[in-house]
Design a protein around this ligand. Structure first.
Ligand SMILES: [Zn+2]
Length: 307
């Protein structure tokens, strides 16, 4: 038989190297902030870690057999030793509470319980406060994997309590990935600003957003664009004092956002943000990406007028 290594799940990268080394030396951190654009790869990493931590088959430290009852149960998603919370597109406060409740259960001796949270980028201060005490006083045998696409959006209180590891699809792009994501986000925000100021047409704005990153599909670009629209709108609200400022998120374009003529009526802004979350899911479910982005942009433009 041949045991598997963590890196067999997603390929060699900074995250697999770090977690394999920790497993081999028995020095697993209790919380990891897992950064990367590929949500599937981040979940695959979590699954491999849960298997390695609970495998009852023959394997070397840091590996797993992928055949024993525990490995198979984890693969099937029915293991008591791993659960995934949050949907990665918006914050669900119930999911935060379930995550905390799960992470506070004592584990069986020798087992490793993995609590995975998708979409830590969307934690508000309130959600973060609830999670912090759990991160600070972990129950033995529990490990947290907090999945994020953009480290800049993760609250510093969370970031400082977790070991940051990066999952990259491209093995050669070790250092550039996070920087590139931020550049992409800045470029997307710039497109949205010019569109909101009517310097860019609807067609140009949606065309540019859908081609933001040539290395990924239109669908992924569309999802990123919709997330950027949410960041943009939150930026507008903060710039206008409708949301409290966040010390760690300073968009370069905030002074400009304060000058854009938005109608910031709660009865319109909140449904708009809610619909953005739905739209990300529509794109994920294969609804025409261009249509979804175009509709979101149209709605954004309508909010810049008084009608
Ligand atoms: Zn096994």
């Amino acid at each position: 038989m041949s045991a598997k290594r963590i890196e067999d799940a997603i390929g060699p990268c900074a995250a697999t190297r770090c977690i394999e080394a920790a497993l081999v030396s028995g020095k697993l951190s209790h919380a990891y902030l897992v950064l990367g654009r590929d949500d599937g790869a981040k979940l695959a990493l979590a699954t491999a870690l849960a298997k390695a931590g609970n495998c009852t088959g023959e394997h070397l430290p840091g590996q797993y057999c992928d055949a024993c009852a525990s490995c198979r149960q984890i693969q099937a998603g029915g293991s008591p030793n791993m659960r995934v919370f949050g949907d990665g597109t918006k914050l669900d406060i119930n999911a935060v509470d379930q995550f905390i409740a799960y992470a506070c259960i004592k584990t069986a001796p020798g087992s490793l319980r993995l609590s995975v949270f998708r979409g830590v980028d969307f934690f508000t201060d309130v959600a973060a406060d609830r999670v912090l005490s759990t991160l600070e006083e972990p129950v033995a045998g529990n490990v947290f994997l907090l999945l994020s696409r953009n480290s800049r959006r993760v609250l510093p209180t969370i970031r400082s309590r977790a070991q940051v590891v990066k999952v990259e699809s491209d093995a050669g792009a070790d250092a550039g990935q996070t920087g590139r994501q931020q550049q992409d986000e800045d470029a997307a925000l710039d497109i949205l600003l010019n569109y909101a100021k009517a310097n860019l047409s609807l067609g140009d704005a949606s065309g540019r957003l859908l081609r933001m990153d040539a290395a990924v599909s239109r669908r992924e670009n569309a999802m990123e664009a919709l997330r950027s629209i949410a960041v943009f709108m939150e930026g507008v609200l903060r710039a206008r004092g409708k949301l409290p400022p966040l010390a760690h998120v300073s968009l370069d374009i905030e002074p400009e956002l304060a000058r854009v003529n938005f109608v910031l009526d709660d009865s319109r802004v909140i449904p708009f943000l809610d619909r953005l979350g739905d739209r990300v899911q529509h794109v994920e479910q294969n609804v025409n990406a261009e249509l979804v982005v175009t509709n979101a942009l149209l709605e954004l433009r309508r909010m810049t007028t008084d009608e």
